[in-house]
Design a protein around this ligand. Structure first.
Ligand SMILES: Cc1ncc(C[n+]2csc(CCOP(=O)(O)OP(=O)(O)O)c2C)c(N)n1
Ligand SMILES: CC(=O)[C@@H](O)[C@H](O)COP(=O)(O)O
Ligand SMILES: [Mg+2]
Length: 639
């Protein structure tokens, strides 16, 4: 289903086409672009509120700057739908986030206008600074570099690391701070309060306004006056603004706050900024979901609402006739609350994903014991370690791919000190439409090699609850539990929790000839294949290993004693993952079976549905079936 653009938008294949328009047409371009985003996301899904919030910023940037020669780096990139539509991808935009289609985030090999691959937050300033310094080295003094970063992304350490560097580099960098007071959930922290202050404080803005008025008048008087003006500005800024402006104090010239939806004002400010050398920050105030009332009114729900009726604003939900299994994240959310009611030492931490992790269930009832630390994964881990030092039992919930950013903190702050921190790695395995940057592909490999850390994965919701309960009893180091995005398999999941013996797996069924060892939710695929195995005359054994560290050695001795053909299956990277752990154990213990490892191959896998990606990787139902048949010397189902 192709969606027709408005008549102006239909003429804009590239920003060069946009820049041919008179400035008085830009308002209409924004109207049409906003509608095109609404039309598409309502039918195809995806991120929504953020792109609506930067429609004017997107048009102004591509109008005022000579893109792609001038570089724009979008932070996170979930807000870059307008950017993609204006940069030769309007007609493919319906493939956004789909298997074989456009990525949901800017991606260098997708377009020359996508200057830097993003998806994880807070990288834009550092990347744009690197480009700016390189341009300076190459003598490209007229090339502009712009990082567009949200107030949420600005709460991450990386953003401050980059500003700390930018402030002392006389590079031609513009940071556009898109301040809408929102992350996915409402933004948190002192920075948010500060931004609100300087956006609303009459005194600060009055004083700055007067400084600008005086300077403006002086500049009109003549060149000599301009000299006075710039001297005055320097002294005033250092005397007054520097003391009262965080960004000025870091050496960035601060401009704003400006209305991020006033297209003509934005263009004229950006035209001015092009002629001001050195690192600068333009503070824009916007509304997330701007121009679509339901998205303005419930900005968290409309961050990524799924498909919806654009007329009524009704979000489309599948109607089920049978009870549905819950999402793993909701089992986590309800279970941590249940555990916290029994044990006052239990606390929950999330780096800016209260609704994504469902920790918001606990936050609602225990706001002092469930904390959103902002987009700050490294801090989340170290903060949890600090809590553990004082005897608390912290659950630190971080998406598997976002945890990559806090790896040293897991090693240095939790495991070396054998602190009882519980890591819940949500979105482990293929994440789906978010694609390569968000797949939780590597956590089995990167966690299992750390000493003093238990590494586990539940096959279903009951097992998740048992592992969470068991983790609260474990004080001999840290404990990691990984589980996937989406639903489990147990509609009746509120099962009584039991403490597990660490390092023990579950024998699901005996068999002959081939043994299948699974880790985590993929084990359910083997159960699903039961009848098809029988029809094909196959009878593989199935073990749910549950722990990848420590491995269930007794179980592995049984497997390698009784089966000469073994298949491991994991929703994680084959390189160094669960299958590698089994292979290492097999060699270390003198066995020599035929071992086949199924999992995520050693390549970057883009976006698609989880099942499409599992099929591509060869560990969907068909992939597992074929592996067993191959191992059993039975003709493969699919060539
Ligand atoms: C390292 C990392 N942590 C968490 C996320 C999840 N995430 C995506 S967008 C977002 C909120 C970003 O807020 P902001 O930068 O203000 O952009 P807005 O959505 O308000 O436009 C978060 C937390 C991420 N992409 N990367
Ligand atoms: C852009 C971003 O990083 C988040 O919005 C992420 O897409 C959330 O993923 P889930 O939808 O799996 O919570
Ligand atoms: Mg924001």
């Amino acid at each position: 289903m192709l969606i027709k653009p408005g008549q102006l938008l239909a003429q804009i294949d590239t920003p060069e086409d946009l820049r041919k328009l008179e400035a008085d047409k830009l308002y209409d371009v924004c109207t049409e672009l906003r509608q095109y985003i609404i039309d598409h996301v309502s039918v195809f899904g995806g991120h929504f509120g953020a792109s609506l919030g930067v429609v004017e910023l997107t048009v102004a940037l591509h109008y005022a700057y000579n893109t792609p020669y001038d570089r724009i780096v979008w932070d996170v990139g979930h807000q870059a739908y307008g950017h993609k539509i204006l940069t030769k991808r309007r007609e493919q935009f319906h493939t956004n986030r789909q298997y074989g289609g456009l990525s949901g985030f800017p991606k260098r090999d997708e377009s020359e206008y996508d200057t830097f691959g993003v998806g994880h937050s807070s990288t834009s300033i550092g990347a744009a600074l690197g480009m700016a310094v390189a341009s300076k080295q190459k003598g490209e003094h007229n090339r502009q570099h712009i990082a567009v970063i949200g107030d949420g992304a600005m709460t991450a350490g990386m953003a401050f690391e980059a500003m700390n560097h930018a402030g002392v580099s006389d590079s031609n960098l513009l940071i556009v701070l898109n301040d809408n007071c929102m992350s996915i959930d409402p933004n948190v922290g002192a920075l948010k309060d500060y931004l609100t202050d300087i956006t609303t404080s009459p005194l600060y803005n009055k004083m700055k306004g007067e400084v600008w008025n005086i300077l403006g008048k002086l500049k009109k008087v003549g060149p000599h006056a301009q000299q006075i003006a710039s001297t005055l500005e320097t002294s005033l800024k250092s005397a007054v603004l520097k003391q009262s402006n965080l960004f000025e104090a870091l050496g960035l010239r601060y401009f704003g706050p400006v209305d991020g939806h006033d297209i003509n004002h934005l263009v004229s400010v950006m035209e001015d900024l092009k002629n001001i050398p050195g690192p600068k920050l333009l503070h824009c105030v916007t509304t997330k979901g701007k121009g679509y009332k339901p998205a303005e009114e419930n900005q968290t729900k409309w961050h990524a609402p799924g498909k919806f009726d654009k007329v009524t604003g009704e979000i489309k939900k599948t109607v089920h006739t049978v009870p549905q299994a819950p999402k793993y994240q909701d089992v986590f959310g309800h279970t941590i609350l249940e555990l916290a009611k029994q044990d006052e030492k239990i606390m929950g931490i999330t780096p800016a994903m209260p609704s994504g992790s469902s920790l918001n269930i606990m936050m609602k009832e225990m706001p002092d014991r469930a904390i959103d630390v902002g987009i700050a994964e490294q801090h989340a881990v170290t903060f949890a370690a600090g809590l553990a030092v004082e005897g608390m039992t912290p659950f630190c919930n971080i998406y598997s791919s976002f945890m990559q950013r806090a790896y040293d903190q897991v090693v240095h702050d939790a495991c070396i000190q054998k602190l009882p921190v519980i890591f819940c790695l949500d979105r482990a395995g293929f994440a789906g439409a978010d694609g390569a940057t968000h797949h939780g592909a590597y956590d089995i490999a990167y966690m299992r090699c750390i000493p003093n850390l238990v590494v586990s994965a539940p096959m279903n919701e009951a097992e998740l609850r048992n592992l969470m309960y068991t983790a609260t009893k474990y004080k001999d180091g840290s404990f990691s539990i990984r589980y996937p995005r989406g639903q489990g398999v147990m509609p009746e999941w509120r099962t009584p929790m039991q403490e597990l013996k660490i390092g023990t797996g579950r024998k699901i069924k005996g068999g002959e000839d081939v043994a299948i060892l699974t880790l985590g939710h993929i084990g359910n695929y083997v159960v699903d294949l039961g009848d098809r195995f029988k029809e094909a005359g196959l009878n593989p054994a199935h073990y749910d290993m549950r722990f990848v560290k420590p491995l269930d050695e007794e179980m592995l001795h049984e497997v390698f004693t009784n089966y000469s053909k073994v298949i491991t299956v994991e929703d994680g990277c084959i390189m160094g993952g669960f299958g590698s752990a089994v292979a290492e154990w097999m060699l270390d213990n003198g066995y020599s079976a035929q071992l086949k490892r199924l999992g995520i191959p050693d390549e970057i896998v883009e976006q698609g549905t989880q099942i499409e990606l599992q099929r591509y990787a060869g560990f969907d139902h068909e992939g597992i079936m074929n592996a067993v048949m191959e191992m059993s010397d039975v003709k493969k189902l699919i060539k």
